[in-house]
Write a protein that binds this ligand. Structure first.
Ligand SMILES: Nc1ncnc2c1ncn2[C@@H]1O[C@H](COP(=O)(O)OP(=O)(O)OP(=O)(O)O)[C@@H](O)[C@H]1O
Ligand SMILES: [Mg+2]
Length: 251
């Protein structure tokens, strides 16, 4: 579904590299987590997939087509994107925020209203309570749900989510993670989910891609990373969670 081959990005003509020689394939229906610490190139990688950032080198294909062959605006509308931070439009109501892509596509108002209701219910927001409110009148967790609903509005085959639950308290975060897993079961979509939280990665991912200083350290299932880390960095990263998980196992 999404294939990156030898992808690099430099913002300064090759003096430093935000992403370096990244090869990563995401299968249809998979939830792949990009895990790494601040500045390791996670957001840059996501943005290269929908061409908010152009790769310096390498090839990126979405649905078997090079991203360079897509019209960038059409590409962005066909891939859902949940921005780091919340990024709702403050002057628009929740309903308008959720359906902004549909309005850009010129869909009629009636259809947008119906879809807004569906989407809000899908992410657990009562449309009667929320449709007419403005983002500032919602809690952080509610705003995040709106962000997810908005990304789903165009019924994209892929969804890119950049630390969508990063700013939330642990309890809300846990609830939204459960909902994402539920959504993944109901909607056959491909997800690339960025986080710097190992436990979030372990909970959500079909596979985890560990990035460090712009490079891919290892990609694999949770069990592969926990039991056979292939680099020192991955081993150190998973050591504590591996111990905690072992300690919490019954027997
Ligand atoms: N537009 C830009 N111009 C110049 N440098 C940039 C730009 N965007 C990102 N960078 C640099 O590229 C590197 C990777 O940044 P990126 O935003 O991808 O990191 P990240 O992994 O998403 O970090 P965080 O977890 O803090 O969001 C950083 O060193 C950053 O300073
Ligand atoms: Mg980022």
């Amino acid at each position: 579904m999404i294939e990156l081959d030898g992808v690099s990005k430099s913002f300064d003509d090759g003096r430093t590299w935000a992403v370096r020689d990244l090869t990563l394939h995401v299968a249809e229906g998979e939830l792949l987590v990009l895990l790494g610490s601040s500045g390791c190139g996670k957001t840059t990688t996501l943005k290269m997939i929908n061409r908010l950032v152009e790769a310096t080198q390498g090839s990126i294909r979405v649905c078997d087509r090079d991203v360079g062959q897509y019209d960038p605006v059409a590409l962005r509308r066909s891939i859902g994107y949940v921005f780091q931070g919340i990024g709702l439009f403050p002057h628009m109501t929740i309903e308008q925020n959720v359906t902004v892509v549909l309005r850009l596509k010129g869909r009629p108002r009636e259809e947008r209203l119906v879809r807004a209701e569906e989407l809000m219910e899908l992410v657990g927001l009562d449309p009667r309570a929320f449709a007419g409110r403005y983002p500032a009148e919602l809690s952080g967790g509610e705003q995040q749900r709106v962000g997810v609903a908005r990304a789903l509005a165009g019924d994209p085959a892929c969804l890119l989510m950049d630390e969508p639950f990063g700013a939330l308290d642990a309890i809300t975060r846990d609830a939204l993670q459960d909902e994402l897993l539920r959504l993944k079961k109901t909607l056959a979509k491909t997800f690339v989910f960025v986080t710097h939280d190992i436990f979030e990665a372990l909970k959500l991912a079909d596979r985890i891609a560990v990035m460090h200083q712009g490079r891919l350290e290892q990609v694999g299932t949770r069990d592969q990373l926990l039991s056979s880390p292939s680099t020192r960095f991955v081993k150190d990263l998973f050591e504590r969670p591996a111990r905690q998980l072992a300690a919490s196992k019954p027997g």
